[in-house]
Design a protein around this ligand. Structure first.
Ligand code: CA
Length: 223
């Protein structure tokens, strides 16, 4: 899951970036509206966190341009306490949710989970053979036993689960797992996949390697 934060307040952006990265999301930061607009044109995101009071291009204009390109990307608006009118306009322009500053990080994270889940079209708990994945709490179980997964492994598992039975290339994995400035090589992706595969093996859940192309989470045999 890859998230773009459009926020000119570096302290807020930094706090958000850290906490979302800890949660296994890839995060990019755009400090003004123009940068946000061009990032949205060039990269694939799963969510936009949009401050309305942005320099160079106001947040509402970023949102308007996004929706005029027929993008369905979920948008979470951040507004100041007194910005009721902007908030309403934001929702009218197609924002999916909003939060008023100052906000609790825990609440924002919960809303991020809800929005990214909705956009991936996933249900709260995904059952896959012996594997069950709770996308609200972001924990996986095999036959009822909890799996210990790193943030990267959780990110990887989520991508594979939402594309079950389909090929996912290494470039797509890099794109979804890493934000700007984070260098993750294909070799590192291979290591993450190797680790996750080992952990899933116990439950008979298989990640197939399609040589030279990428990976595919095989459908459970019972289906
Ligand atoms: Ca601002």
């Amino acid at each position: 899951m890859r998230i773009l934060i459009a926020e000119d307040d570096a302290i807020i952006a930094d706090g958000l970036t850290r906490s979302l990265r800890q949660g296994g999301y890839a995060v990019d930061w755009a400090p003004n509206g123009l940068d946000a607009d061009s990032a949205l044109l060039t990269a694939n995101y799963d969510l936009l966190i949009l401050d309305l009071g942005l320099p160079k291009l106001p947040g509402l204009e970023v949102l308007k341009r996004l929706r005029s390109r027929n993008s369905q990307l979920p948008v979470l608006i951040l507004t100041a306490l007194d910005g009721t009118g902007d908030r309403v306009r934001g929702l009218d322009l197609g924002a999916d949710d909003y939060m008023v500053k100052p906000f609790e990080l825990a609440e924002l994270e919960a809303r991020v989970r809800a929005l990214t889940r909705r956009s991936a079209g996933t249900v709260p708990t995904i059952q896959h053979g012996a594997l069950s994945y709770d996308s609200v709490g972001r924990v996986a179980h095999i036959n009822g036993h909890p799996l210990e997964l790193s943030a990267r492994e959780i990110g990887l598992l989520e991508i594979l689960l939402t594309r079950m039975g389909r090929l996912v290339s290494k470039d797509q994995l890099v794109d979804h797992l890493c934000g700007w400035g984070e260098e993750v090589s294909h070799n590192a992706i291979e290591v993450y996949v190797h680790r996750l595969r080992k952990k899933l093996e116990a439950g008979g859940v298989k990640i197939a390697t399609v040589r030279g192309l990428g990976y595919c989470l095989e459908r459970p045999e019972s289906e």
